[in-house]
Design a binder for this molecule. Structure first.
Ligand code: NAD
Ligand code: TYD
Length: 355
């Protein structure tokens, strides 16, 4: 048995591949373009593991996909590949349309062609699992109920609009062609191997380097945080038992304002690696210009996944964030490697003007 994972050198895909192979001997074919966000360093422990087959390539490359699908005959495709950073989508939306919309379309078409060739039994067992985000639902006021699967799609950023488009394509390929798809819409993830352009790893990295900790606007925007390994366990559960054509929201009921998240990280760093001058890392907090169109609040109602499939996260925010801070402190080599020239260029584009 074989899985084809796309985007498996990124943050969530990488954690998924590592967790999968820690629990199963089923081969993983990992197709990743290795954009700035793809990092084979995260998969170093699998370097000589025959169960992991890495292929550098684009989900938009139908010829390559056809070849891989015929050669490896996967029983499922899990699509993590995407451009994933809201701020980058504001600076340059083109790549988001190309990968998230056109790329998903090409992937669906390649998978559909392969799927139609399968024997009836394999066809029925086949799954296309599309990994998406809660951001497709738009933003919530302080008093609105968390997003359920029935919430209207109201994406506000080029990133969320491109993910919404991909979700619609996946849905249509099920309704029109019968492709056995399932979509998951997850809240904000955090944990090991997170590229330091996103809030939590960026704050950790800047804190350790004695740099300012940039908070957009008033820092009262709310995100619903899930430890990445809990997202991976949810995907495994949905792959096993999710109903075809359905969507499942994934979240751990951990709504936090950004400022609170940053202060929690500072407190943990004060405990685990105190600053030489005895001051708190919180003294590095700086309020900077807000993100255009910044969504105020995301929150996930995960009851469908909990009740129907019996999934529960293993970590609370307190336990997950402690593990995450400890991981970054213990893995300085990974951090050094990831902060390449391209990363430094991004930091000056994004924060040079803001601060
Ligand atoms: P990431 O940016 O860390 O990784 C994306 C990976 O996809 C990278 O390895 C990159 O090289 C690869 N990739 C990009 N374009 C590609 C292409 N055209 N062909 C093949 N590979 C390509 O993203 P992530 O945070 O790991 O997110 C993975 C998925 O989960 C995305 O679809 C994202 O929308 C979704 N998601 C992310 C979060 C989050 O908090 N990070 C939350 C919910 C859902
Ligand atoms: P981010 O990690 O980019 O995820 P998303 O935009 O997909 O939710 O940002 C999380 C929150 O943190 C979001 O409200 C924007 C905010 N933020 C900052 O305040 N400062 C920063 O430097 C970054 C990157 C994000």
């Amino acid at each position: 048995m074989t899985l084809l994972v796309t985007g498996g050198a990124g943050f969530i895909g990488g954690n998924f591949v590592l967790d999968w192979l820690a629990q199963s001997d089923e081969i993983v074919v990992n197709l990743d373009k290795l954009t700035y966000a793809g990092n084979l360093d995260s998969l170093k422990s699998l370097q000589s593991d025959a169960r992991h087959i890495f292929v550098q390539g684009d989900i938009g490359d139908r010829e390559l996909l056809a070849e891989l699908l015929v050669k490896h005959q996967p029983r499922a495709v899990i699509n993590f590949a995407a451009e994933s950073h809201v701020d980058r989508s504001i600076h340059g939306p083109g790549d988001f349309i190309q990968t998230n919309v056109v790329g998903t379309f090409n992937l669906l078409e390649a998978v559909r062609t392969y799927w139609t060739t399968l024997a009836e039994e394999d066809k029925a067992a086949f799954r296309f699992l599309h990994v998406s985000t809660d951001e497709v639902y738009g933003t919530l006021s302080e008093t609105e109920s968390p997003f359920a699967e029935t919430h209207r799609y109201e994406p506000n950023s080029p990133y969320s609009a491109s993910k919404a488009a991909s979700d619609h394509l996946v849905r249509a390929w099920h309704h029109t062609y019968g492709l056995p798809v399932i979509t998951t819409n997850c809240s904000n993830n955090y944990g090991p191997y997170h590229f330091p352009e996103k809030l939590i790893p960026l704050i950790l990295l800047n804190a350790m380097k004695g740099k300012s900790l940039p908070i957009y606007g008033d820092g009262q925007q709310i995100r619903d945080w899930l430890y990445v390994k809990d997202h991976c366990s949810a995907i495994r559960r949905v792959l096993d038992a999710g109903r075809l054509g359905e969507t499942y929201n994934v979240g751990g009921w951990n709504e936090k304002a950004n400022l609170e998240v940053v202060k929690t990280i500072c407190t943990l760093l004060d405990e685990l690696q105190p600053r030489a001058d005895g001051q708190s890392y919180a003294s590095q907090i700086t309020f900077v210009q807000d993100r255009p169109g910044h969504d105020r609040r995301y929150a996930i109602d995960a009851r469908k996944l909990e009740v129907e499939l019996g999934w529960k996260p293993a970590e609370t925010f307190d336990s997950g964030i402690r593990k995450t801070v400890a991981w970054y402190l213990a893995n300085q080599d990974w951090v050094e490697n990831v902060t390449s020239g391209a990363y430094r260029e991004w930091m000056s584009t994004q924060y040079g003007a803001k601060s």
